[in-house]
Design a binder for this molecule. Structure first.
Ligand code: BGC
Length: 248
């Protein structure tokens, strides 16, 4: 079955058609600009444009960088405030006339990695999946089951700084940190997660995870305990498409 997966992020909307049986992207990945100033209506226009380009009118899976409760976004630090407090399933269905399922972006990525990523994720008792991007997204995977809707990026690191303020990939760019400087920061974040949650495996997602070889030496963990997610930046799109399997 082919379904459209949409990943709404703090700097872009990315979407592609996904083969749900193989987890492969089977179209071009189309992008539209998105940032904290992009209102939901403008994002919906962009998504309609993408659907038209891909000649697609089936169900939609949409991943969001924020805390969702019953399809309503309650906190999304990197999106326009107009996204908050509305039922997003209703919003998309009205605007696109397609059945829609919405979910947290990190949960979407975790779903894709669990099914089509590194096989260790399925067999580990406690895996902690972290997407490192504009923020830090999270999901726990316990014996192959995803614990959805966690927000470990928002936990306090120290004072007013959250974990994502310290260790997100964007921090490296914004503060112009070297791999060593950023690696040490990420290590201090992982150490806190390790202390509080004792995962057996950290799975790092987001584009930066493909550079794990540049910062792994700064992480105070055995190499086999911190692995890069296999699907990288595509995981959010693939998992969002997979989530449409719930739609009958
Ligand atoms: C949000 C999470 C999201 C993560 C990655 C964080 O700022 O609170 O919900 O998963 O960014 O996009």
């Amino acid at each position: 079955m082919i379904r459209l997966g949409i990943d709404i992020g703090g700097s872009a909307i990315k979407a592609a058609l996904v083969n749900l049986d193989t987890g492969e992207i089977v179209s071009d990945t189309l992008r539209a600009k998105n940032n904290i100033e992009t209102k939901p209506h403008d994002a919906a226009v962009n998504i309609l444009r993408i659907m038209r380009k891909l000649d697609y009118s089936g169900p939609l899976g949409v991943g969001f960088p924020g805390r969702l409760v019953k399809n309503v976004l309650h906190k999304a630090p990197n999106l326009h405030p107009e996204w908050l407090n509305n039922d997003l399933t209703v919003f998309f269905e009205e605007n696109t006339k397609s059945k829609t399922v919405v979910l947290n972006d990190a949960d979407a990525a975790a779903l894709a990695e669990l099914n089509f990523g590194d096989p260790r994720i399925k067999t580990t008792t406690r895996a902690m999946f972290l997407t490192l991007g504009t923020g830090i997204g999270s999901a726990l995977i316990l014996n192959g089951q995803i614990w959805n809707d966690t927000e470990f990026g928002q936990l306090i690191f120290e004072g007013k700084r959250t974990m994502e303020n310290v260790g997100a990939a964007a921090v490296k760019r914004i503060e112009n940190l070297s791999w060593k400087q950023w690696g040490i920061r990420l290590n201090s974040v992982l150490e806190k997660y390790d202390f509080y949650f004792s995962p057996e495996l950290f799975v790092l997602g987001g584009a930066i995870s493909s550079s794990l070889d540049k910062f792994q030496r700064y992480l105070d963990f055995p190499e086999e305990k911190v692995i890069a997610a296999k699907l990288g930046n595509d995981a959010g799109i693939i998992g969002a498409a997979m989530a449409t399997e719930k739609i009958v």
